[in-house]
Design a protein around this ligand. Structure first.
Ligand code: PAF
Length: 282
Protein backbone atom coordinates (compact mmCIF):
# COMPACT_ATOMS: atom_id res chain seq x y z
CA UNK A 1 0.00 0.00 0.00
CA UNK A 2 1.36 3.43 -0.97
CA UNK A 3 1.02 6.41 1.39
CA UNK A 4 1.20 9.91 -0.10
CA UNK A 5 1.29 13.16 1.81
CA UNK A 6 1.86 15.62 -1.02
CA UNK A 7 -0.53 16.68 -3.74
CA UNK A 8 2.14 16.15 -6.37
CA UNK A 9 2.99 12.56 -5.38
CA UNK A 10 -0.71 11.63 -5.16
CA UNK A 11 -1.35 13.16 -8.59
CA UNK A 12 1.60 11.40 -10.19
CA UNK A 13 0.36 8.03 -8.91
CA UNK A 14 -3.19 8.73 -10.11
CA UNK A 15 -1.84 9.75 -13.52
CA UNK A 16 0.15 6.51 -13.75
CA UNK A 17 -3.05 4.54 -13.00
CA UNK A 18 -4.84 6.47 -15.72
CA UNK A 19 -2.07 5.71 -18.23
CA UNK A 20 -2.29 2.00 -17.27
CA UNK A 21 -6.03 2.10 -17.98
CA UNK A 22 -6.95 1.55 -14.30
CA UNK A 23 -10.10 3.11 -12.86
CA UNK A 24 -9.63 4.65 -9.42
CA UNK A 25 -12.24 4.06 -6.71
CA UNK A 26 -12.07 6.69 -3.95
CA UNK A 27 -13.24 6.88 -0.35
CA UNK A 28 -12.69 10.31 1.23
CA UNK A 29 -12.51 10.17 5.04
CA UNK A 30 -11.38 12.16 8.05
CA UNK A 31 -9.75 9.06 9.53
CA UNK A 32 -10.54 7.33 12.82
CA UNK A 33 -11.70 4.56 10.53
CA UNK A 34 -14.24 1.92 11.53
CA UNK A 35 -16.18 -0.88 9.91
CA UNK A 36 -18.52 1.63 8.26
CA UNK A 37 -15.58 3.14 6.34
CA UNK A 38 -14.33 -0.32 5.44
CA UNK A 39 -17.71 -1.16 3.90
CA UNK A 40 -17.21 1.89 1.64
CA UNK A 41 -13.73 0.64 0.75
CA UNK A 42 -15.07 -2.81 -0.15
CA UNK A 43 -17.67 -1.22 -2.41
CA UNK A 44 -15.02 0.96 -4.07
CA UNK A 45 -12.86 -2.12 -4.65
CA UNK A 46 -15.77 -3.89 -6.36
CA UNK A 47 -16.36 -0.95 -8.67
CA UNK A 48 -12.82 0.00 -9.65
CA UNK A 49 -9.37 -1.42 -10.39
CA UNK A 50 -7.47 0.41 -7.65
CA UNK A 51 -8.69 2.03 -4.44
CA UNK A 52 -7.59 5.26 -2.77
CA UNK A 53 -8.60 6.42 0.73
CA UNK A 54 -7.93 9.99 1.83
CA UNK A 55 -7.43 10.71 5.52
CA UNK A 56 -7.70 14.43 6.19
CA UNK A 57 -9.40 16.19 9.08
CA UNK A 58 -10.65 19.14 7.08
CA UNK A 59 -10.60 22.36 9.16
CA UNK A 60 -12.90 24.29 6.84
CA UNK A 61 -15.93 22.11 7.60
CA UNK A 62 -15.74 22.67 11.37
CA UNK A 63 -17.36 25.75 12.88
CA UNK A 64 -16.04 27.75 15.83
CA UNK A 65 -16.40 25.72 19.04
CA UNK A 66 -16.82 22.42 17.16
CA UNK A 67 -14.55 19.42 17.66
CA UNK A 68 -11.79 20.08 15.08
CA UNK A 69 -9.03 20.12 17.71
CA UNK A 70 -10.19 17.03 19.56
CA UNK A 71 -11.31 15.05 16.48
CA UNK A 72 -9.56 11.66 16.96
CA UNK A 73 -6.40 11.27 14.88
CA UNK A 74 -5.17 7.67 14.84
CA UNK A 75 -3.16 7.41 11.62
CA UNK A 76 -1.27 4.23 12.57
CA UNK A 77 -4.37 2.10 13.11
CA UNK A 78 -6.12 3.76 10.13
CA UNK A 79 -3.28 2.70 7.84
CA UNK A 80 -3.37 -0.87 9.23
CA UNK A 81 -7.11 -1.10 8.55
CA UNK A 82 -6.65 0.24 5.03
CA UNK A 83 -3.87 -2.22 4.31
CA UNK A 84 -5.89 -5.15 5.71
CA UNK A 85 -8.87 -4.19 3.51
CA UNK A 86 -6.83 -4.07 0.31
CA UNK A 87 -6.52 -0.31 -0.19
CA UNK A 88 -3.87 0.51 -2.82
CA UNK A 89 -3.04 4.06 -1.77
CA UNK A 90 -3.74 6.44 1.10
CA UNK A 91 -3.59 10.21 0.69
CA UNK A 92 -2.91 11.90 4.02
CA UNK A 93 -1.90 15.53 3.48
CA UNK A 94 -1.18 18.18 6.12
CA UNK A 95 -3.51 21.17 6.31
CA UNK A 96 -0.76 23.39 4.82
CA UNK A 97 -0.50 21.03 1.83
CA UNK A 98 -4.23 21.29 1.12
CA UNK A 99 -4.82 24.99 1.78
CA UNK A 100 -2.61 27.93 0.82
CA UNK A 101 -2.56 30.50 3.61
CA UNK A 102 -4.37 32.97 1.35
CA UNK A 103 -6.77 30.43 -0.19
CA UNK A 104 -9.81 32.42 -1.31
CA UNK A 105 -11.87 30.08 -3.51
CA UNK A 106 -14.78 28.05 -2.22
CA UNK A 107 -17.37 25.65 -3.62
CA UNK A 108 -20.85 26.28 -2.32
CA UNK A 109 -23.98 24.28 -3.05
CA UNK A 110 -26.83 26.66 -2.38
CA UNK A 111 -30.04 24.61 -2.06
CA UNK A 112 -29.71 21.12 -0.57
CA UNK A 113 -27.14 22.34 1.94
CA UNK A 114 -29.35 25.01 3.50
CA UNK A 115 -31.56 23.10 5.96
CA UNK A 116 -30.92 20.40 8.57
CA UNK A 117 -27.17 20.15 9.35
CA UNK A 118 -26.57 23.19 7.14
CA UNK A 119 -28.85 25.28 9.35
CA UNK A 120 -27.23 24.20 12.61
CA UNK A 121 -23.66 24.15 11.24
CA UNK A 122 -23.35 27.26 9.03
CA UNK A 123 -20.50 26.90 6.54
CA UNK A 124 -20.15 23.16 7.12
CA UNK A 125 -21.22 22.03 3.66
CA UNK A 126 -19.20 24.79 2.02
CA UNK A 127 -16.14 23.27 3.69
CA UNK A 128 -17.18 19.75 2.67
CA UNK A 129 -17.89 20.67 -0.97
CA UNK A 130 -14.65 22.64 -1.25
CA UNK A 131 -12.44 19.90 0.13
CA UNK A 132 -14.19 17.12 -1.82
CA UNK A 133 -13.81 19.13 -5.05
CA UNK A 134 -10.11 19.55 -4.27
CA UNK A 135 -9.73 15.84 -3.46
CA UNK A 136 -11.47 14.89 -6.72
CA UNK A 137 -9.03 17.13 -8.62
CA UNK A 138 -6.04 15.56 -6.87
CA UNK A 139 -7.06 11.87 -6.77
CA UNK A 140 -9.00 11.88 -10.08
CA UNK A 141 -11.31 8.99 -9.24
CA UNK A 142 -13.71 7.36 -11.68
CA UNK A 143 -15.94 6.34 -8.74
CA UNK A 144 -16.27 7.81 -5.23
CA UNK A 145 -18.20 6.15 -2.41
CA UNK A 146 -20.07 8.06 0.34
CA UNK A 147 -22.13 6.66 3.22
CA UNK A 148 -25.86 7.18 3.53
CA UNK A 149 -25.56 8.09 7.22
CA UNK A 150 -24.35 11.51 6.06
CA UNK A 151 -27.35 11.68 3.75
CA UNK A 152 -27.33 15.45 3.25
CA UNK A 153 -23.60 15.43 2.52
CA UNK A 154 -24.15 12.69 -0.07
CA UNK A 155 -26.81 14.73 -1.86
CA UNK A 156 -24.74 17.94 -1.72
CA UNK A 157 -21.81 16.10 -3.33
CA UNK A 158 -24.06 14.54 -5.97
CA UNK A 159 -25.44 17.97 -6.83
CA UNK A 160 -21.94 19.49 -6.95
CA UNK A 161 -20.73 16.73 -9.28
CA UNK A 162 -23.72 17.27 -11.56
CA UNK A 163 -23.53 21.06 -11.55
CA UNK A 164 -19.75 21.32 -12.00
CA UNK A 165 -19.40 18.34 -14.39
CA UNK A 166 -16.91 16.36 -12.34
CA UNK A 167 -16.15 13.15 -14.29
CA UNK A 168 -16.84 10.90 -11.30
CA UNK A 169 -19.65 8.51 -10.44
CA UNK A 170 -20.97 8.96 -6.89
CA UNK A 171 -22.00 5.73 -5.20
CA UNK A 172 -24.11 5.66 -2.02
CA UNK A 173 -23.37 2.96 0.55
CA UNK A 174 -25.83 1.72 3.19
CA UNK A 175 -25.55 2.79 6.83
CA UNK A 176 -23.52 0.31 8.88
CA UNK A 177 -24.74 -0.22 12.44
CA UNK A 178 -23.29 -1.71 15.61
CA UNK A 179 -25.02 -4.92 16.70
CA UNK A 180 -27.25 -2.85 19.04
CA UNK A 181 -28.35 -0.56 16.18
CA UNK A 182 -26.18 2.51 16.83
CA UNK A 183 -25.07 3.94 13.48
CA UNK A 184 -21.27 3.66 13.21
CA UNK A 185 -19.50 6.99 13.52
CA UNK A 186 -16.01 8.15 14.44
CA UNK A 187 -17.71 10.39 17.01
CA UNK A 188 -19.14 7.37 18.89
CA UNK A 189 -15.71 7.28 20.54
CA UNK A 190 -16.60 10.38 22.52
CA UNK A 191 -19.54 8.63 24.24
CA UNK A 192 -19.26 7.36 27.80
CA UNK A 193 -20.92 3.99 28.52
CA UNK A 194 -24.01 5.77 29.90
CA UNK A 195 -24.19 8.17 26.96
CA UNK A 196 -23.91 5.26 24.54
CA UNK A 197 -27.03 3.71 26.09
CA UNK A 198 -28.83 7.02 25.66
CA UNK A 199 -27.60 7.28 22.05
CA UNK A 200 -29.35 4.01 21.22
CA UNK A 201 -32.61 5.89 21.71
CA UNK A 202 -32.02 7.65 18.37
CA UNK A 203 -32.15 4.43 16.37
CA UNK A 204 -35.00 3.12 18.52
CA UNK A 205 -37.02 6.25 17.73
CA UNK A 206 -36.40 5.79 13.99
CA UNK A 207 -37.48 2.12 14.20
CA UNK A 208 -40.62 3.26 16.05
CA UNK A 209 -41.32 5.69 13.19
CA UNK A 210 -40.89 2.93 10.61
CA UNK A 211 -43.32 0.72 12.52
CA UNK A 212 -45.87 3.55 12.77
CA UNK A 213 -45.54 4.14 9.05
CA UNK A 214 -46.03 0.42 8.36
CA UNK A 215 -49.20 0.64 10.48
CA UNK A 216 -50.61 3.43 8.33
CA UNK A 217 -49.33 6.67 9.90
CA UNK A 218 -48.82 9.27 7.17
CA UNK A 219 -48.42 12.54 9.05
CA UNK A 220 -44.84 13.85 8.96
CA UNK A 221 -45.61 16.29 11.77
CA UNK A 222 -46.89 13.67 14.18
CA UNK A 223 -43.99 11.30 13.42
CA UNK A 224 -41.43 14.08 13.92
CA UNK A 225 -43.04 15.04 17.23
CA UNK A 226 -43.09 11.39 18.37
CA UNK A 227 -39.42 10.95 17.51
CA UNK A 228 -38.47 14.15 19.32
CA UNK A 229 -40.31 13.00 22.47
CA UNK A 230 -38.70 9.58 22.35
CA UNK A 231 -35.19 10.95 21.91
CA UNK A 232 -35.44 13.52 24.67
CA UNK A 233 -37.48 11.18 26.93
CA UNK A 234 -34.45 10.21 29.05
CA UNK A 235 -33.63 13.90 29.45
CA UNK A 236 -30.02 13.36 28.38
CA UNK A 237 -30.27 13.47 24.59
CA UNK A 238 -31.25 16.78 23.07
CA UNK A 239 -32.72 16.60 19.58
CA UNK A 240 -31.26 19.29 17.31
CA UNK A 241 -33.66 18.54 14.49
CA UNK A 242 -36.08 15.86 13.36
CA UNK A 243 -36.85 16.41 9.67
CA UNK A 244 -39.08 14.54 7.27
CA UNK A 245 -37.77 15.25 3.76
CA UNK A 246 -37.66 13.93 0.21
CA UNK A 247 -34.45 11.88 0.09
CA UNK A 248 -33.41 13.30 -3.29
CA UNK A 249 -33.38 17.01 -2.46
CA UNK A 250 -33.87 17.23 1.32
CA UNK A 251 -37.02 19.35 0.89
CA UNK A 252 -39.46 19.01 3.81
CA UNK A 253 -42.65 17.06 3.10
CA UNK A 254 -45.88 16.81 5.07
CA UNK A 255 -46.78 13.24 4.16
CA UNK A 256 -44.88 10.00 4.69
CA UNK A 257 -44.41 7.64 1.74
CA UNK A 258 -41.85 5.53 -0.09
CA UNK A 259 -38.53 7.34 -0.59
CA UNK A 260 -39.21 9.79 2.24
CA UNK A 261 -36.34 10.23 4.67
CA UNK A 262 -36.66 10.81 8.38
CA UNK A 263 -33.42 12.43 9.53
CA UNK A 264 -32.34 13.18 13.06
CA UNK A 265 -29.50 15.11 14.68
CA UNK A 266 -29.20 15.00 18.46
CA UNK A 267 -26.70 15.88 21.12
CA UNK A 268 -25.85 13.24 23.67
CA UNK A 269 -23.75 15.05 26.27
CA UNK A 270 -21.22 16.99 24.20
CA UNK A 271 -21.45 14.64 21.22
CA UNK A 272 -23.50 15.43 18.14
CA UNK A 273 -24.89 12.35 16.39
CA UNK A 274 -26.91 11.99 13.19
CA UNK A 275 -28.95 9.11 11.82
CA UNK A 276 -31.72 8.57 9.29
CA UNK A 277 -34.06 6.08 7.73
CA UNK A 278 -35.60 6.05 4.25
CA UNK A 279 -39.12 4.67 4.17
CA UNK A 280 -39.90 1.83 1.80
CA UNK A 281 -43.04 0.57 0.09
CA UNK A 282 -45.56 -0.92 2.53
O1 PAF B 1 -17.69 12.43 5.67
C1 PAF B 1 -16.52 12.84 5.95
O2 PAF B 1 -15.73 12.15 6.60
C2 PAF B 1 -16.08 14.21 5.45
O3 PAF B 1 -17.12 15.12 5.48
C3 PAF B 1 -15.41 14.17 4.07
C4 PAF B 1 -16.38 13.74 2.99
C5 PAF B 1 -14.22 13.24 4.09
C6 PAF B 1 -14.91 15.57 3.69
O4 PAF B 1 -13.97 16.04 4.60
Amino acid sequence: MRVFSTVQSMREWSDSCFRAGERIGFVPTMGCLHEGHMSLVRLAREMADVTVVSIFVNPTQFGPGEDFERYPRVLGSDLSMCEATGVDAVFTPAVSEMYAEDASTIVEEAAISRGMCGASRPGHFRGVATVVAKLFNIVKPAVAVFGRKDAQQLMVIKRMVRDLNFPVEIVAAPIVRESDGLAMSSRNRYLSADERMVALGINRALRWAEARYANGERSARSIAAGIGERISGGGVAVPEYVEVVAAEDMKPVSELGPGIMIAVAARVGATRLIDNVVLGVV
